[in-house]
Design a protein around this ligand. Structure first.
Ligand SMILES: [Zn+2]
Length: 216
């Protein structure tokens, strides 16, 4: 069961269109996987719409509003388009279907280091780096913390760290307060977002720099 969700503040900013592209994509993917946040986002949308059109519309106005919507939606231009075909990727011989939010996002080739593979997502968010990270079963990231923040949205598989076990849909937001060393208990595909390099907290941390560069 999904235990980690975006905060209400993030969901509200998402509904109001205030998030940067990469965070917005992450929240959208989480909402697709999480009935609880689907309901909450729908409530926020409804209250946003109410405050936009005014709470105290009289029934007569509501009728003309319905008429207006009916006129707009009968236009052939608004016919539903078919859903985009699932976009499949292959990493280390495994197939994954990507969430629809990523279907039109550019993906770099895969950089591989041991059991870790990373592909950069082209979301054009400056110093925010968005990536797909694949960790083979048993693969791990040495203990580290973050100078900025690190968001991990688990898309497939399972991993654990000192704090918990995670399942697909978990939206894990960490910062400099957290120190962890994730281990893939099943082969994993994650969406990751970071705004600064990792800081390895074990001895001989320079040995882990290639991993830091791969992940950030
Ligand atoms: Zn949720």
């Amino acid at each position: 069961m999904i235990k980690y969700h975006p905060s209400e503040q993030i969901l509200q900013s998402y509904v109001q269109g205030e998030l940067c592209a990469s965070l917005s994509v992450a929240v959208s993917m989480h909402i697709d996987m999480c009935p609880q946040c689907q309901r909450l986002a729908h409530q926020f949308e409804t209250s946003c719409a109410h405050s936009f059109i005014g709470e105290e519309s009289d029934p007569q106005n509501e009728d003309s509003w319905d008429d207006l919507i009916a006129q707009i939606t009968k236009d052939a231009l608004f016919d539903e388009r078919p859903a985009p075909a699932p976009l499949e990727i292959e990493v280390k011989g495994e197939q994954f279907v990507l969430p629809s939010s990523l279907h039109n996002v550019g993906l770099s080739g895969w950089l591989k280091l041991g059991k870790l593979s990373r592909s950069r997502l082209d979301l054009g968010d400056g110093k925010l780096h968005a990536s797909l990270l694949h960790i083979e079963k048993g693969g791990s990231v040495p203990q580290h913390t973050h100078k900025g923040f690190e968001l991990t949205l688990l898309l497939s598989g399972e991993f654990k760290d000192e704090m918990d076990n995670y399942v697909p849909g978990d939206f894990i937001m960490l910062d400099g307060e957290h120190e962890h060393s994730p281990v893939a208990t099943e082969s994993c595909l994650c969406f990751t977002l970071a705004d600064d390099a990792l800081h390895f907290s074990q001895g001989l941390s320079q040995l882990f720099n290639p991993i830091g560069k791969l992940i950030y």
